[in-house]
Every structure is written in C-alpha cells, then in structure tokens.
Design a protein around this ligand. Structure first.
Ligand code: PLP
Length: 460
C-alpha cells in the first residue's frame, strides 16, 4: 500500500500546485466525462495502482478548480493544507466516529474542535455540537430540536406521537432564507405551508417591523423562527438580538442558519453583524465553506443538549449506556460516519484564533476590492457588500448572462449567475483561503476585458 498511498498523495499535491494556473472551468463537458468513466466494469478486478492511475487520468478532464484562488462561484471555500492532509489520514485510518468505543480518537478530536468552534463563534460553552454533513443537515437537526421543544411545551411528545393530530407549528423565516430551510421543513413533516415568509429589506435581511406584525398575529401555538447569518446572494445577516428577544418573550424557538455567515462572529471587526447570535436556541454552520475544510463538514449546535438529543438520538440494545449520557452520535442524523473532527481540529490549529479572524476579514476586504474595481470600470454593484458576497450587473439580464458565460468560458476565474429582486446578476463569493489581492485584480481585469470587448480594427 505504501506506493499506492504515496502516489495518491503525489497526484493530489501536483493537482494543488497546478491550481493557480490551470483554467478554472472543467476542460471537458459532461458527455465526454460520461464516456471516460462509463467503461465496461468487467468480471475481473483491476490492480489498485492501475485503478488510481485511470481514475486520475479520467477525472483530470472534469475537475473544476473550486479549491483554487479564483473560483468565486456559489459559496464553497477551499481546503487548508492541514485539513486536507488530516482528511487523507481520516480516510486511511477509516475510523467510524459513531462513538468512543468505535474510535476514541475521533470523538476526542470532535470534542476539542467542538469546544473551539463554540468559543470562536461566540456560542454558549454548554451547547451541544453535532458534526454533520453540512448546512442542510445542521438546519434539519436544529429545526428538529425546535420541533421537539415547541411541541413538548404544548404537551405533545412528537417523537412518540408523530405529527398527526399535533398542534400546528408556525414557522417564520425571512423571504430570502436559504432554500435548504424549506427542504428541512418538508423532511420534518412541517410542510412548506407551515412557513410564513417575512419581507426582507433591500439587502435581504429580515424586516424586523414586519416580523413584529407577524408575531402580533401569531399570538399563540408552537412557534419556530428561523434566522439567517449570511444570505447566499448578498451576505446580509438578520438582526439576531432583537428577534431572539421578541421570539423568546413569545415562548418560541430561534434557529440560525449560519452556514457561512456565522463565521462573522469569529472576527472582532465584523462580529457586530451577528450581534446577539448567542441568544438563539440552535445554529447551523459549515466547516466546508468559509473555514476551508474539505467536504463534508457541518456543525449543528444547540443551546439545550437534552432537547437536541431528544430530537435525533436513538437507542439500541447493543449500545450500553445509550440514552443516559449524550454522546456524539446523539447529535447527528448519521449512525456510521467519517471522522470529520480530525480535519476541523487541524484547520483550527493551523489558523489559530487570530488566523480564523484574519481569514474572514481578508475575504470581506477582497470582496470590497472586487466591488470597487468593477464599479470603477462602470459596472453596477447591486448589493451592499457587508460580508464576502458581491452582486454585479452588466446592464440588462441578457447582457449580464452574456458576460457571465464569457467569463466562465475564458477560465481565468469562475462565477455564476443568480436572480436577485427579479434581475439576473453575477454572483461573486470570496471564501477561499488562498485568494490574494492579485487574484482579485487579475479576475476583475478579465471580467472588464470580456464585458467591454475591444472594438474591431478599423478598415483603412
Ligand atoms: C450553503 C448554505 C446552506 C446549505 O449548506 P450545505 O453545506 O450546502 O448543506 C444553507 N444555508 C445557507 C445560508 C448556505 O449558504
């Protein structure tokens, strides 16, 4: 195995070295890749070393440089050297992070990293932490805990009685919430009709006056309010403190979807954006976005560990002590799972407290630089750049689409389209730890060149 593992590491390292110069988009299209991978399986196996060479060769045509410094699509982040190497070890060690019997090391790493995360994000030290697959799972877990809590308060045990005949739950969230919140509600049996969407302000944060009016109407019955730290288009954060106070006075539960925006709490310079976030009841956050940890890495935090476990834990006869002391597996949706704590532990150690704050602040500064360079070239910045997200217009929808397609094809950088307030816009997310000022300038220059094609040479 030595040669095989060393070869895999060598291939990985060579790829990472190439990231700064290779085109950001994939070289081949879906059809070509389908052919490359869709070989005959055959009855007989293939030597491991050959499998890995063939895999690397085929994949090379279809890799997107989303780990590199000029990928600004979606909100993806990259992966720090230590976290990537730690994940390679996690795969080699093949630990099951289900509990400390299966892997004391995996659980100890999660406990340590979970403690650091709470400290960095300004969450209560007593909160429970589940290492889940990502923001979607974290939202599902947090909302499940909320569902348990608000129904228990109404005298209904949802875990034994289910939802049929239960008092209806009202869920309130901003109209610019992430779409995964709706999927979580569907999976939790609450249905999207239980959701009341509250108007958002110009930058996408919940309109608190409007929320007050909604709460004045929804005066009784189980209530869950889902707030957002970091809108995927604009980066806007809801007013945590005011809303938590309002909702708690009304006996409701507050969940915060902070997939990437919760990291604002780790920076003294922008912590004010999520002021009061510690007052919420549950929080979802990602490691694989802004912390630059490999996929899949998310965190479900809950201020009420017993409620958290009541919502998602399970017991089995082969689990001695289960249900008595709450452990890692009581806070996630998975039973067997990868030891996600190693990569998070490594990333936080590599950065240190100051490094995390610096990473968050640098991305925000680079996002502002991007906005300034494009604005100076005459293009409209369509959002208030409060965090790491920038929206750009190149005229009407068709012109903007045309520029985005040209930029993607050019390969210097990559960003995708979005629809914001009825308009098609270019969406830029700066969330990679390796992005520099020079990368922003190089990307902005490419965009400006492609958006202002030079006039054809004049015939004399
Ligand atoms: C990305 C994102 C999610 C979903 O998180 P995944 O890690 O992709 O599951 C949820 N909410 C917000 C605000 C996000 O940005």
């Amino acid at each position: 195995m030595d040669d095989l593992f060393l070869r895999a590491a060598e291939l990985g390292a060579a790829y990472r070295r190439s990231l700064n110069e290779r085109p950001v988009r994939a070289a081949a299209g879906e059809e070509e890749l389908r052919k490359l991978f869709g070989v005959e399986l055959g009855r007989e196996g293939t030597p491991a070393a050959r499998v890995i060479e063939e895999l690397a060769e085929a994949a090379a045509h279809g890799l997107v440089s989303s780990a590199g410094p000029r990928y600004f699509g979606f909100v993806v982040g990259g992966s720090l050297p230590s976290a990537t190497a730690a994940d390679m070890l996690a795969a080699a060690w093949d630990q099951n992070a289900f509990n400390a019997t299966l892997s004391p090391a995996a659980i100890a790493a999660e406990e340590a990293a979970g403690g650091w995360l709470k400290e960095l994000l300004g969450l209560p030290g007593t909160a429970s932490v589940g290492f889940v697959t990502g923001g979607q799972a974290a939202n599902t877990v947090g909302l499940a805990a909320g569902r348990h809590h608000v129904l228990a308060a109404a005298g209904w045990d949802v875990e034994t009685r289910g939802l049929i005949g239960a008092p209806p739950i009202k869920v309130v969230a901003g109209e610019e919430r992430h779409a995964t919140v709706d999927r979580s509600l569907r999976l939790l049996g609450l249905g999207t009709e239980s959701l009341r969407a509250v108007r958002a302000d110009a930058n996408g944060a919940i309109d608190v006056a409007e929320l007050r009016r909604v709460l004045d109407e929804e005066t009784d019955g189980p209530l869950i309010v889902c707030l957002q730290a970091g809108n995927v288009n604009t980066g806007a954060c809801d007013d945590m403190r005011t809303v938590c106070e309002l909702v708690h006075a009304r006996g409701g539960w507050v969940h915060v979807d902070g997939a990437f925006g919760l990291w604002a709490a780790a920076s003294p310079a922008i912590r004010h954006l999520v002021d009061g976030v510690e007052l919420a009841d549950s929080w979802g956050c990602d490691g694989h976005k802004w912390l630059n940890v490999p996929y899949d890495s998310g965190f479900a935090f809950c201020a009420h560990p017993v409620t958290h476990a009541s919502a998602v834990s399970y017991v089995a006869p082969y689990l001695t002590g289960s249900g008595v002391v709450h452990r890692a597996a009581d806070f996630t949706l998975e039973s067997s799972r990868r030891a996600r704590g190693f990569a998070v532990w490594a990333a936080l150690r590599e950065l240190g407290r100051d490094g995390v704050a610096e990473l968050v602040e640098r991305c925000c500064r680079l996002a502002r630089q991007f906005a300034e360079q494009l604005r100076a070239a005459g293009f409209e910045i369509a959002n208030d750049v409060v965090l790491n997200q920038v929206l750009v217009s190149f005229g009407d929808d068709a012109s903007t689409e045309r520029v985005i397609a040209a930029v993607q094809d050019d390969g210097t950088c990559w960003m995708g389209p979005t629809t914001w307030r009825g308009r098609r816009l270019m969406r830029i997310s700066v969330s990679n730890a390796t992005t520099t000022e020079a990368d922003i300038t190089r990307s902005a220059e490419a965009i400006i060149r492609l958006a202002h094609p030079p006039l054809p040479p004049r015939r004399s």
